[in-house]
Design a protein around this ligand. Structure first.
Ligand code: 5GP
Length: 145
């Protein structure tokens, strides 16, 4: 998959939006959905996606949909920092396979970063479901407060 091509409605994030695939949901409204990454680069690695746009990447999305996406991304970044107290927080987004994109529905990565941990781009291991559940509970509670 490159930068160009058709949107595949069967991609995993489209399935998550439709409720056909599970996720550790953190936040949802009419415009966006936020959930934990299954292969986190660090604890709390989260994804924020637009729900209405069939956009594979940043170049394809209607600019009016960017406001809600970025608002939710900032809110989640703040909540991750408050709850997990990382040394930094990375917000990243890739367009096209050569740029690192593997799922072709636009998404923002929000990744707590801890000193000395390194900057992995893709994690090899699936997270422990118990750890994801515990993180989900903490973050959902803080998002609601
Ligand atoms: P990309 O490389 O496309 O920017 O990022 C895709 C992200 O989606 C990766 O961080 C990967 O771990 C994550 N991911 C892939 N499949 C799933 C899935 O089924 N559920 C969740 N929650 N994350 C996924």
């Amino acid at each position: 998959m490159s930068l160009y091509g058709d949107y595949d409605p069967q991609n995993i994030f489209a399935q998550i939006i439709r409720g056909e695939a599970p996720c550790y949901k953190l936040y949802e409204d009419d415009e966006v959905l936020a959930f934990l990454d299954l292969f986190p680069q660090s604890p709390g690695h989260s994804l924020v996606i637009p729900k209405r746009a069939a956009a594979r990447n940043l170049l394809e999305i209607d600019p009016d949909s960017l406001g809600p996406l970025m608002r939710a991304t900032q809110r989640l970044a703040k909540v991750l920092v408050e709850e997990l107290q990382p040394d930094g927080v990375q917000v990243a987004q890739f367009n096209g396979a050569p740029a690192g994109q593997t799922v072709f529905h636009l998404h923002m990565h929000v990744i707590p970063r801890f000193a000395g941990q390194g900057l992995g781009i893709h994690a090899a291991n699936k997270a422990d479901p118990a750890e994801l559940e515990a993180l989900q509970a903490r973050l959902v509670k803080r998002l609601a407060s």
